[in-house]
Write a protein that binds this ligand. Sequence first.
Ligand SMILES: Cc1cc2nc3c(=O)[nH]c(=O)nc-3n(C[C@H](O)[C@H](O)[C@H](O)COP(=O)(O)OP(=O)(O)OC[C@H]3O[C@@H](n4cnc5c(N)ncnc54)[C@H](O)[C@@H]3O)c2cc1C
Length: 404
Amino acid sequence: MSDYSLELNEDQLQIQKWVHDFAEDVVRPAGREWDEREETPWPIIEEAARNGLYSFDFIAQCFADPTGLLMCLVNEEMSWGDAGIALAIFGSTLAVAGIFANGTPEQIGEWIPQCFGTPEDVKLAAFGVSEPDAGSDVSSLKSRAVYDEAKDEWVLNGTKTWITNGGIANTHVLVLSVDPSLGSRGQASFVVPEGTPGIAQGQKFKKMGIRASHTAEVVLDDCRVPGRCLLGGKEKLDERLARAREGKRTSTQAAMATFEASRPIVGAQAVGIARAAYEYALDYAKERKQFGRAIIENQAIAFKLADMKMHTDAARLLVHRAANMASTGKKFESGEGSMSKLYAGENAVWVTEQAIQILGGYGYVRENPVEQWHRDSKIYTIFEGTSEVQRLVISRAISGIHVN
Ligand SMILES: Cc1cc2nc3c(=O)[nH]c(=O)nc-3n(C[C@H](O)[C@H](O)[C@H](O)COP(=O)(O)OP(=O)(O)OC[C@H]3O[C@@H](n4cnc5c(N)ncnc54)[C@H](O)[C@@H]3O)c2cc1C
């Protein structure tokens, strides 16, 4: 007898339905408005907080799912509703993942609840690694953290860019260089708590898609945080730096630890967009008549839809495999986390473009959502590691060769 199963359990199905209903009733109808306004959709975030969807307890429940799938299911449903709004609501979880991957149990207990606040006083969090001159090459961060031993404080300086919720977040989790000569092995993650002087929002970016999600620079100017804001603690950092200076292997680097955990979740968001576009195009193709018959009666359209469904299901399977491996402690041998995000991201771009094609002129105009979903999908080949970077990870993993 085999215990292999692709069936979701009762709890997962129930939560999936609950999130789907919220996505259908609240998120999807608001998508166009917030895309046009290009602002953080506070009323929707507050509603998500009121019904418990945006809360520490709910996210903790998702992360605690032993199969690892719950967080993916939730993200797929929310992004099926609208990816920009979904990111505005769940952007904080990237910071949560950063704290979870690098923090001590005390730090996890202290800082993670603060990323969410309460339904009466909703808070946001941001996770910042990228810099103007350090995007794919995260080993070349220029922002610095210098320890002031006399005061047991860290002094943070530099500019982070492209940061989701950057500057509007209450809690920022930032990766900075402590010893630039060690590259990514000389980096550490810091929590910058609410109200800390010396941190400010720089430019806010106007974007192609996911426009309900705020993206901005974060500028650090002699920003001082207490010693306890160093995730993992000073002792562990000192040990890690000493090992790196001796040329020994060190444990997972700060930024990479976060990305490993979050890639399948980001992949699940892309699956949500692709599924939305596939379903919309399928319905349209059954309704739309040309030459006296529904356009789906032409193989040219029906085969496209068959491929859209097949590739989206394949993307979901890769996402679920990686999430399951990560949560059950199985090591990624072939870059399975990268595979899931890469495949799901590229599929979302392709599927949404096919959806526009199936809708013809009606797909190109704003009265239908597919043009927006196409714009939204594109970020999934760029953030959390570009498609090229994912291919590097996979090719290095399968070959053992440092492919450039
Ligand atoms: C909307 C948005 C939200 C974001 N949110 C966050 C966030 O919350 N936190 C955060 O830290 N960052 C965030 N980012 C940053 C994002 O992760 C980076 O944009 C991404 O990692 C790519 O870096 P880059 O833009 O500097 O591109 P570059 O690294 O300059 O890359 C440019 C091109 O060169 C290619 N390339 C680079 N190196 C290689 C190589 N070795 N081999 C082959 N090709 C290569 C890339 O694949 C890409 O096609 C966000 C970005 C955007 C646009």
